[in-house]
Design a protein around this ligand. Sequence first.
Ligand code: ASP
Length: 252
Amino acid sequence: MKIICHGGAGHTPKVQDGVDKAAEKGWSVLKETDNALEAAITAVIIMEDDFRFNAGTGSCLREDGSVQNDSSVATSDGRMGAIANLRNFKNPVLIAKELLDEFPVMLAGKGAIEFALKKGYKQTKVKGSEKGWTGDTVGAVVQSSKGDIVVASSTGGVRGRPVGRVGDTPLWGSGFYCDEKIGIVATGVGEAITEQLLCYRVAQHSENLEEAMEWGVRLLPKDTGVGVIGINNNGQICGSSNTSMPFSIIER
Ligand code: ASP
C-alpha cells in the first residue's frame, strides 16, 4: 500500500503540514478499506478544503476575478474522468470522480456544471484566493495492496489566466496518466506541461521512475516551474520538481 500527495510546484515548504495531513487521512482510508480510489479522493479533498492551496476553496483568481476549477481522476483499470472550467463547487474532484463511470469522460463549463447539479452536488460560492501564483495545484497517487493505482488532481489553474483557459490538470496524458503499471500527476505551468504531454511521456520513458521523472522535468525550461509525483508497479514511489514542491509519502 502506498500514497503520495503534493501541494503544488512552486508552493512554499510552509504548507508541508497540509500535505502531510492529506497523506495521513488518505492513508487511514487506504488502511481501512484498501480502496485506492477513496483514499486518493479523501487526500485531495483535504487539500481542496485548505485555503492555502490552489484548489477548491483557495483557488486562484482568473483575469476577471472569477474562480474556475479543473480536476481529474484516473484508475489503473482503464477509467478516467475530468472536468474543466467548473464554477462554484466546493470539491471539484468529486465531480471528476463521477465521470469515471460515464461516457463522455470529460466535461467543461456549462455542461460540467449541469452534470454536477444532476448528480446532486450543490453550487456554493467558492471565494478563491488572490494569492497563489502559477503553482500550488494539489494531487495524489495511491496504490492498494492488490496493486490498483489511482491518480487524482485538482486546481484553480494559474492566477490571471483568461476565462476559459484550460491547463494540464484535466488533460489526459499531460497533467495526469494512469495504467496498470504506473500512475502520475503533474503540477506547474499548465501550458508547458501540455505542450510536452508530460505525464504520458514520463510513463513511457523508463522502468526507473525516479530517472523518468527527472528526465521529464528537464523537458521544460529550468525557469518554468514543474513537478511530478507517481507510483509504479516496480514498487517505486517518488516525486521530482525543478522548484520547491511540498510532497508527502506513506508506504508499508
Ligand atoms: N498545472 C496547473 C495549471 O496550469 C497549475 C498548477 O499546477 O499549479 O492549471
